[in-house]
Design a protein around this ligand. Structure first.
Ligand code: DX5
Ligand code: ZN
Length: 219
């Protein structure tokens, strides 16, 4: 299985954003996680299309965009144009999950589906054929630097087991409270893509990314 670090710029210093993302790329991170919040699906507002456009073409990392917005399909074309490569939508934010995932693919992006901590893991099972990634939220979406919710470990296991049982090739990403205490729990449960905000960008991003790469056994 490929293990991938996905630093989340939600915790980066935006005055030195280019330097910060260069550091994590140099350390070997393969995805750059980009959290979009609309003040409706989640209480907070983060950043959006103009910032993503700045990143497009300025990093070799895959732009992994996590939409915490209601009715995300309203913005699929705009995110595609701005450089999104993986596009994650929340199961809870749309009534047209399958159509949305198919549309993301049709637009040339990689479809990904996520569930919040209180949503049952089994709700994603009917959609596994339409995605390349399932994101299991391990904190309530909406802000960085929260603590990992332990009950989510069983959800990671359940989703990984179902993917294996059906012989599918789907990444399992985890997001929220991933740090040196929780990363191996998530890995052992079956996660292979690790979103990390505060534990990478608070302190020295290069050194932190190297440390977590080492913990995951990434060469
Ligand atoms: C939270 C976001 C996360 C956030 C994680 O809603 O989806 O991507 O950046 O932050 P940490 O790693 O600090 O928990
Ligand atoms: Zn996220």
């Amino acid at each position: 299985m490929d293990y991938i670090l996905a630093p989340s710029i939600l915790s980066a210093d935006f005055l030195t954003l280019k330097d910060q993302i260069d550091q994590v790329e140099k350390a070997g991170a393969k995805y750059l996680h980009f959290d979009v919040m609309d003040g409706m699906f989640v209480r907070n507002i983060s950043f959006g299309i103009p910032v993503l456009k700045c990143l497009k073409g300025n990093t070799g990392m895959v732009l992994d965009v996590h939409l915490m917005i209601m009715e995300p399909s309203r913005y699929f074309e705009k995110f595609k144009d701005a450089g999104a490569e993986i596009l994650t939508i929340h199961y809870e934010a749309t009534r047209t999950v399958k159509e949305d995932l198919l549309r993301i693919k049709e637009l040339g992006m990689i479809p990904s589906l996520t569930i919040s901590p209180d949503t049952d893991a089994a709700v994603v099972f009917p959609y596994l054929e339409y995605v390349n990634q399932i994101l299991i939220m391990t904190v309530q979406p909406g802000e960085g630097a929260q603590s990992y919710i332990d009950k989510c470990t069983d959800k990671i296991k359940a989703v990984r087991e179902e993917i294996t049982k059906r012989g599918l090739n789907v990444n399992v990403e985890v997001d929220g409270g991933i740090n040196e205490k929780t990363i191996l729990t998530a890995k052992e449960a079956g996660a292979n893509v690790f979103v990390m905000g505060s534990s990478i960008f608070h302190g020295n991003p290069y050194e932190n990314a190297l440390k977590y790469k080492g913990m995951l056994g990434i060469q």
